[in-house]
Design a binder for this molecule. Structure first.
Ligand SMILES: [Zn+2]
Length: 78
């Protein structure tokens, strides 16, 4: 059985689509099915990556504004 520690180490690859072996991917998925702590971790990691630009260009001000808006979406405003 995979350890949480192992999943955390490999979570980046799982989330950003880096090449990992099929066997490893399956092991990670299996762990995620059973471990809600790691599910939450991966979900947060995924959300975080979703806000970040894929390239390494410095963020422009408009892009930063956009990210802040997404992060700070009011739930119960009219
Ligand atoms: Zn776990």
């Amino acid at each position: 059985m995979l350890k949480c520690q192992h999943l955390v180490e490999k979570a980046d690859a799982l989330v950003d689509g880096s090449p990992i072996s099929l066997r490893e991917r399956l092991a990670l998925r299996l762990h995620l099915m059973m471990c809600h702590h790691c599910r939450r971790y991966v979900r947060q990691l995924r959300a975080l990556l979703g806000f970040l630009p894929r390239d390494k260009q410095p963020l422009e001000e408009a892009a930063i504004e956009d990210i802040l808006k997404k992060l700070d979406t009011p739930q119960d405003q009219p």
